[in-house]
Ligand binder design. Structure first.
Ligand code: KDO
Length: 335
């Protein structure tokens, strides 16, 4: 009786699906190339919105060919675990930082060092030229992902819970400065003179609210989009890192695409980063007034003092030991 009922139910469900055509999307989806994206970005930040530009571009250039699934707020994978998920075949696309790449390609730690990249234009020229080509080849070999384009994440600034007189790194002594949870990030916090405290991006708002940390560092558009200004009182414009993230696709997925689809995916990634880069640069140029209106103190420290201290800390560290001879000079010469 039980078996009979189950079979009958299944038949009824199948008949309904066929009659209503509800089976169609699932069947079509099976033939589509699945592109799962995971990012800790919040929906209102430019590098969160850029994925919609990516999806729209592909939906237009290759209708019905790709199933693009966007997961924001680290909903699919924890911040920093994306490369491992891609290696396991559980994720196709992510925007990976130099900090995460440096774990497997140590020479990339040059871009985790404060005050190396001068501005967004310098960043684009570095990564679209021979240096980018060489490094991305290593990334492909070591991480099994292909970098499609470089997104400007913004210039990182220090953002404090309580107002403090910060002129030089010595003034950040003892400040519990939240950094993303990896040794490369923590070292940057240390180089700034603070006491770095590891925490995932999604936990920063609450930690600032409750006082578990004294501050955090991020580009100003992110301070706005993640609403950190609601739970902090000061921005210290250190300009310490011109940060970037790289749109990367798992090689397994990339290598299986025919040339025309590869070209469409690359064009979509470039459109996404162009959207992000333009909007973020524009916003950064005018955003300080917004924070002042919100009641935050915006102060400019002795940036030369920060630059000298941070550069010296990196040059005397284990990180600089693995930078290929002449790479820093080549980066500096890019104009
Ligand atoms: C952050 O956690 O501070 C950071 O800015 C690090 C970046 O590499 C990137 O992961 C970013 O967060 C997220 O995309 C959230 O904006």
């Amino acid at each position: 009786m039980k078996t009979f009922l189950t079979r009958r139910c299944l038949l009824a469900v199948a008949a309904t699906l066929v009659l209503t055509g509800a089976w169609l999307p699932a069947a079509q989806a099976q033939n589509k190339v699945l592109l799962r994206i995971s990012t800790p970005a919040v929906p209102d930040d430019w590098h969160g919105k850029m994925w919609t530009v990516f999806k729209d571009s592909l939906d237009k250039s290759a209708p019905g060919e790709f199933d693009v699934q966007i997961n924001l707020n680290a909903a699919l994978f924890k911040q920093g675990t994306e490369p491992a998920a891609m290696a396991r075949g559980n994720l196709e696309l992510a925007a990976i930082s130099a900090f995460d790449m440096a774990k497997l390609v140590p020479e990339l730690s040059i871009f985790t060092a404060g005050y190396v990249v001068r501005d967004p234009d310098h960043q684009q020229k570095i990564f679209s030229g021979p240096i980018g080509e060489e490094l991305f080849k290593r990334v492909s070999e070591k991480m099994d992902v292909t970098v499609l384009s470089t997104a400007y994440l913004g210039t990182r600034q220090v953002n404090l819970r309580e107002v403090r007189n910060v002129r030089t790194p010595a003034d950040l002594k003892g400040v519990k400065l939240r950094m993303p949870a990896s040794k490369e990030w923590l070292f940057l916090g240390e180089a700034l003179g603070a006491t770095p405290t590891p925490l995932a991006f999604g936990e920063v708002y609450l930690a600032l609210k409750t006082g578990t940390i004294d501050g955090q560092d991020n580009p100003l558009p992110t301070v706005r989009a993640a609403k950190f200004y609601e739970v902090t009182k000061q921005l210290v414009l250190t300009n310490h890192l011109v940060d970037g993230i790289f749109i990367a696709i798992a090689n397994k997925t990339w290598n299986a695409l025919p040339a025309l689809q590869k070209q469409k995916v690359k064009t979509a990634a470039e459109a996404a980063t162009q959207f992000n880069n333009e909007n973020r640069t524009k916003e950064e140029a005018q955003i300080v007034d917004f924070f002042k209106q919100q009641g935050l103190q915006v102060t400019t420290p002795d940036q030369d003092a920060f630059r000298k201290a941070v550069q010296a800390t990196y040059l005397n560290s284990e990180y600089a030991n693995v930078w290929p001879k002449g790479l820093l000079e080549r980066v500096n010469q890019v104009r």
